[in-house]
Design a binder for this molecule. Structure first.
Ligand code: NCD
Ligand code: ZN
Length: 344
């Protein structure tokens, strides 16, 4: 049995770091594990311009511990009103790397999102021309659509159209949760990739209701049936460069999760690489983890690999059940359980 593994220092291509006092709580945890992270722009107000992203990046950098090398990669929030010129500014910038497309109303702080695909077609055309990446939250937003069907319907209704109309657009389908999304990405050209979270590799929708309701397993897109989890595990460990690491770690204060209407988002930054190791180990694919965690994402974004390495050891340990969070606390995904790998 393999008891340790050395990986290139990994990257997280989808993380929520929030703002203000919350940054000091979560940035050090991400910076400890990852050399870089693509930071989501769903703040209030959203980060819609390169200039706002530059300011946000400075605020993030102030929370990076001085002994750690960490570089925030910035994503801009795409809205109906994003000017075509902003695309060129992203292309010229050395820290902004993508636009994030939230269908309006799909998830936390998505009210400023895109209300109809047609409204952003000129911007998508410019992104295709400049080689700027579009990151997509892939769910339909009709409130009458069953929450478990929203991603598959988006693949059929929107992703296929974007891929057909912009055949060279670089696109990352974020936090995929279904067989349909995995198949769409696998069947597309090299310009279309996907991130996969640890929770979608480790849990299925029954996990949310095991022994009672478990709010810290609730995120969007919601966990799906076991057959979808199996399809994601297969994709992540397939060796295909189209699938790479993006935690979607999304901190919310405990009170907002353990509430009569709990917020969507799982917090995993404190033990992300260990959670992925557990998932890969479960299918005897530890030899595929390095590419998934530290090579494929960087290659897709046209970035060099990070300098440095991390070592994981097989060791049973219990992560903290709460983390300080701007005067409140965060309860992580791992609450109440042990992990079998540990970063040293
Ligand atoms: C994210 C958040 O809290 O910002 N929540 C989530 O459930 N994933 C938003 C998102 O990425 O959908
Ligand atoms: Zn997210």
């Amino acid at each position: 049995m393999q008891d340790s593994i050395i990986l290139g220092r990994p990257d997280d291509f989808h993380v929520h770091l929030r703002d203000g006092a919350a940054l000091a709580a979560v940035v050090p945890l991400t910076a400890r594990q990852f050399g870089r992270a693509l930071v989501m722009p769903n703040l209030k107000p959203p980060v819609t311009t390169v200039s706002m992203a530059a300011d946000y990046r400075e605020r993030i950098l102030r929370s990076v511990p001085t002994d750690l090398q960490f570089s925030p990669l910035m994503a801009l929030y795409l809205t109906d009103a994003t000017p075509v010129d902003e695309v060129a500014r992203v292309a010229e910038s050395d820290f902004a790397h993508a636009f994030k497309y939230y269908p309006a109303g799909a998830t936390t702080n998505s009210d400023s999102g895109v209300t109809a695909l047609a409204k952003v077609y000129p911007v998508l055309e410019a992104m295709q021309r400049h080689g700027v990446v579009l990151c997509v939250h892939g769910e339909v937003t009709d409130p009458t659509t069953d929450v478990f069907d929203r991603e598959a319907l988006f693949v059929e209704g929107s992703l296929q159209h974007i891929a057909r109309d912009f055949p060279a657009l670089k696109m990352v389908v974020e936090h995929i949760t279904t067989l349909e999304a995995a198949e769409f990405v696998a069947a597309s050209g090299a310009n279309i990739a996907a991130t996969i979270t640890p929770q979608h590799l480790l849990y299925n929708r029954t996990s949310i209701f095991t022994g009672g309701i478990r709010p810290h397993l609730y995120c969007l897109p919601i966990l799906k049936r076991e057959k979808h989890r199996q399809a994601l595990l297969q994709a992540a460990t397939s060796g295909s460069a189209k699938f790479f690491l993006g935690t979607d770690s999304a901190p919310h204060a405990k009170n907002n999760k353990e509430a009569c209407c709990g917020a969507a988002g799982c917090f995993t930054s404190h033990a992300a690489i260990e959670l992925y190791a557990e998932a890969f180990d479960s299918v005897a694919a530890m030899n595929k983890l390095d590419d998934f965690a530290s090579r494929f994402g960087a290659a897709f974004y046209g970035l060099p690999r990070n300098v440095g390495q991390v070592t994981l050891k097989r060791e049973s340990w219990t992560p903290p059940n709460e983390f300080a969070f701007a005067g409140e606390t965060i309860v992580p995904l791992t609450v109440g359980r042990n992990l079998s790998w540990r970063m040293v």
